[in-house]
Design a protein around this ligand. Structure first.
Ligand code: SF4
Length: 265
């Protein structure tokens, strides 16, 4: 059977209305295998399209990457990049940023979205790290397993799975963690890799579990980058360019959208 044939999953046999039943374990395992195969197909095609391996865009230390990632939430890369540069120029060390009036942080990070919310959050995160570790360094995470390092980061108030994964994957630690941003999440939903009801936070564990266990950090990073790039360049939030998409034949959303275009007079 070709890999693509795997994607034609028959819909599940309807349960008797009077007897709700659980899905048999074998059916669940089959569906997981189909989704993993589909993820690999998507990865292969998009890697070809965007020329993997993708160069790392940062080589910050993990402390800097954590703060940079907090600024990037729901913000265009160019704007969060400007906010980051301004923050570092104004506060060359984190001790100064922690002790500064919050209005100064807010002013420095003004190019990103919601600076009034992010400024106190940045200071709260800095304070918590200083209290727990006695210094502004996260290099100790390199000696932990990825799940333990992520759990440590996510125990900080305001740090979720995207920020923890970004801190480990994008910094000079280059650990094997999969961040999922809104572009990545949207493309995965449209492709049917995850249900439309699954929000970004919980989608991290589901999407990462689909990747082969023997993939290294670069391959996991590539997977995030290519899905994100595809969301930015082709699978736009509004008006995705399905007719130019290399995934159209395996994308249920794209097939529905293009079928509707054909039906229109
Ligand atoms: S076919 Fe359309 S909806 Fe599907 S991934 Fe491509 S651009 Fe997105």
């Amino acid at each position: 059977m070709s890999t693509l044939a795997l994607f034609d999953i028959p819909s599940s046999i309807p349960n008797s209305p009077s007897k709700p039943t659980r899905k048999p374990k074998a059916a669940t395992a089959d569906k997981s295998a189909v989704l993993r195969a589909k993820m690999l197909e998507v990865h292969e095609r998009l890697c070809h399209e965007y020329e993997c391996p993708i160069a790392y865009f940062h080589n910050l230390d993990p402390m800097d990457e954590l703060i940079s990632s907090l600024l990037s939430h729901r913000t265009k890369n160019a704007d969060s990049g400007r906010a980051w540069k301004q923050l570092k120029a104004r506060f060359p060390n984190w001790e100064e940023a922690l002790n500064a009036p919050v209005a100064e942080i807010e002013e420095a990070i003004a190019p990103c979205t919601w600076p009034e919310q992010k400024a106190p959050r940045v200071q709260a995160v800095l304070r918590e790290i200083k209290e727990r570790r006695g210094e502004f360094s996260l290099d100790f995470l390199a000696h932990m397993s990825v799940p333990d390092a992520r759990a440590w980061l996510e125990s900080i108030t305001g740090v979720g799975p995207k920020t923890s994964a970004a801190t480990l994957a994008f910094s000079h630690l280059k650990m094997r963690a999969l961040p999922v941003d809104s572009h990545h999440h949207r493309v995965a939903q449209r492709l049917g890799l995850i249900p439309t009801s699954l929000s970004v936070g919980p989608s991290h564990a589901v999407l990462e579990a689909m990747l082969p266990a023997d993939w290294d950090a670069q391959q996991v990073y590539d997977n995030h980058e290519i899905l994100m790039l595809h969301g930015q360049r082709v699978c736009h939030h509004h008006s995705p360019k399905c007719n130019n998409c290399v995934l159209l034949d395996i994308c249920p959303t794209g097939q529905k959208l293009t079928a509707n275009q054909i039906k229109e007079p």
